[in-house]
Write a new protein. Structure first.
Length: 147
């Protein structure tokens, strides 16, 4: 994956043109633009490689599980951790992913689209885990209109 933060100035340009001139796949640039629009540099960092945060992984996983049990117990949900990414399965399918960006202690919510993870748009900037869990609840209980 290219160094996306260094591409930030190009994300306002015509992405097809940028793709042709840099060799970066258009889909990668589109995801980067969505992440940039959502959370700036933090959004681009969330697209980066999976990073190990072993001291916090279990703590965050337990917090997310407790919240799911309390807020969305009636739904068929499971959550699995892989370092700083917490994937939520809805009815056995990977549907959402909470990503922790250790450098800024920020969280971002992604959803499975077009075979890859895309940043979830929000009506306001959500950086905390609590904010994103609330966004997740709205998406799961209100359906597509909440997006």
């Amino acid at each position: 994956m290219p160094d996306l933060p260094s591409l930030a100035p190009l994300l306002a340009e015509d992405l097809e043109k940028v793709s042709r001139s840099t060799g970066i796949p258009l889909k990668t640039l589109e995801r980067a633009r969505a992440a940039w629009e959502l959370a700036g540099c933090v959004g681009l960092q969330a697209l980066g490689p999976v990073r190990s945060t072993p001291a916090l992984e279990d703590f965050h996983l337990e917090r997310i599980r407790q919240w799911l049990d309390r807020e969305l117990k009636s739904l068929d949900l499971e959550v699995h951790a892989r370092r700083n990414r917490y994937t939520l399965q809805v009815h056995g399918r990977d549907s959402f992913q909470l990503r922790f960006v250790p450098d800024s202690c920020a969280w971002l919510l992604f959803e499975r689209r077009q075979g890859s993870w895309w940043p979830c748009p929000s009506s306001r900037t959500c950086i905390s885990l609590t904010d994103w869990l609330g966004q997740l609840r709205r998406r799961l209980t209100l359906g597509p209109k909440s997006r």
